[in-house]
Design a protein around this ligand. Sequence first.
Ligand code: ATP
Ligand code: MG
Length: 740
Amino acid sequence: PTQAEPPYLRGLNAPQREAVLTVDGPVLVLAGAGTGKTAALTRRLAHILFTRKAYPSEILSVTFTNKAAREMRHRVGQLVGDAVEGMPWLGTFHSIGAKMLRRHAELVGLQSNFTILDTDDQKRLLKQLIQANDLDEKRWPARQLAGLIDGWKNRGLTPGDLDAGDAEQYANGRGADLYAQYQERLKTLNACDFGDLLLHMLTILKTNREVLEHYQQRFRYILVDEYQDTNAVQYLWLRLLAQERKNIACVGDDDQSIYSWRGAQVENILKFERDFPGAAVIRLEQNYRSTPHILGAASGVIANNGGRLGKTLWTEIDVGEKVRVLGVWDGPEEARRVGEEIEAAQRSGTSLDDIAILVRAQHQTREFEDRFIAIGLPYRIIGGFRFYERAEIRDALAYLRIINQPADDLAFERIVNTPKRGLGDKAVAQIHALARAEGVPLLIAAARLIGTDELQARARNALAAFIGDIHRWRDMAFSSPARGGGPSQGDGGGGVPQTTSAALPHPELARIVLEESGYTAMLQADKSAESAGRLENLTELVRAMEEYESLGAFLEHVSLVMDNDALAEDAKVTIMTIHAAKGLEYDTVFLVGWEEGLFPSQRALDEGGIASLEEERRLAYVAITRARRRATILHAANRRIYGQWNSSLPSRFVGELPREHVEEETTMSGGESLWRANWSEHADPFAKAARSEGRGPGWQRAAGKLGGEWSSRTFTREAPRVIESRASAVSLGNKGRDDI
Ligand code: ATP
Ligand code: MG
């Protein structure tokens, strides 16, 4: 390193340097956790900008989360200063897809202000279709169809691309037909779902030479982080875009592939070398993140997987503490212990921002939330949709959506009678019928219905007032007072809303809408325990809007965003799923609920295949390698599930931790390591007694303990029944959204 060396090369090791400087031609960086893959990618971006090989707008840079994109932009900014201004094409696959699609929407029959449906809207729509097709909804649930359609979209398949085998999977071969109907319906609604953001773009690139060439020319350089988790449609998309210039750099780690349930194909790593012959393959081996014990623990677990590409990892970091494995009595104790440990860490100078709790399934967060609220420990939840998924937030958003886009029928449906304005099911059904008959959005149909005498006077008045409100709000939002034009009832949402400088600021608009619609009043009148919190959430929503330049931008953000902690200023402990923790690092990490049936999940165990178990193991690897200095793994002996106590076995992954890197501790007596204990149920009098009385094993243990001394002998090797598969379904429920 010489003095004249640019700042973005400082401190890099030789292979990292190569990854930064080899900018022309295809590059694949294949390396383990914490080896600086993301760091190298960021420096590479800085290098391209610094040497003026491309303008910021000529670089396509794909990160896994919006947060990662922000981070990268920030880091590059520090390295090259203003040159980073712009970078419109730095983001997640979905956010980039949305941006491109808005430019070319008409090529797939949409308007540029299309709505992005969330999974809830999507299911509602599918439900309607299933009913309209006279299918038995119980037999063929919307959720199943949604899953299939997502899967097809992830594989880059339009309805026309499906083969008989694909279509067979739903309603005796009617899957393809329903998929086609769904796509048609989306078009009418001027909407698309998450899968469409990429699928539509792929279709456009495949069928429209001009557009393809435009982007192939535009993107001089393409950079992709977390490459191991790209799915087929993403891969095809990248390949098309890179085909011309071939300046594509992908970084990834096959051991961290954890999204196969969403269609990710780790084979894309192998395909890369085939599709881009002569690609430079760079391996990074020095880990800069974790202590040797943490790395040793993680490596020991992942070594149990087969078919790995294989990597060496070493670190110069001081040896540090061993990974701690802590066995506790039950879920509440687990939360209590973690709370205590965090407070202790805080006292010894660790900032709460440097501490994370990683859960396998979303529902696990509640226990910690309850505890932390009780002890006043500030926390944030990342990766869930807790905030934007709340009913009052969704209602408020529906108001804003229909103001932004009057053809948004799903939004209309949600709020037409919320708060109650005397519109019965019958009136709503009439609106639907007219909308169908005339092929217009519900809002237009409703306006037309008012002009007839089909509605009862009360409903007519209510509806007229509601529609009048929407138009008035729209005018406030989009037109300058000078124009003063009346509501344009014929506007079906065709026009792109223009925010003029004189239009009402959108947070102010939201406040007015919530007031005038009676929504706030409705909550104020509600004397239930939750209503105060709901009002606070609405205030929070308005506050969140201030960060966005327009209503449209805010709504786009809401559809895309995963982490709702943008407003957080104070230090907070982070609670999130392992999936959401990908690519991140924390000084101190708590890995909780390492029990059979929870992690590995019951679903993975039920499926029974080696593949699903190996994916769980990769999750364990990702989880451990998030820690820089301290990792604590917890497992509870009892869990209460839906009011029932169940006993649980420590996760097999606990057993796979190499002993030399681990320090065990249990709050239960006996001292003998629980997870290495091998007591059979027959040796356990409590288990027998409880079974003959028809009680669960959790009770046995409680009884055992209450009855005086109890030892690890009462630990039974019952088949784990900890978490029913619904638990893992919950954690996967954010499908399609937690990567954006
Ligand atoms: P993951 O697989 O988890 O995504 P990664 O390979 O992307 O990990 P980074 O997050 O880029 O790794 O880097 C891990 C840590 O090591 C970061 O704190 C980063 O700043 C640091 N780091 C990377 N390269 C170097 C280096 N050459 N010198 C010092 N620190 C480095
Ligand atoms: Mg990374």
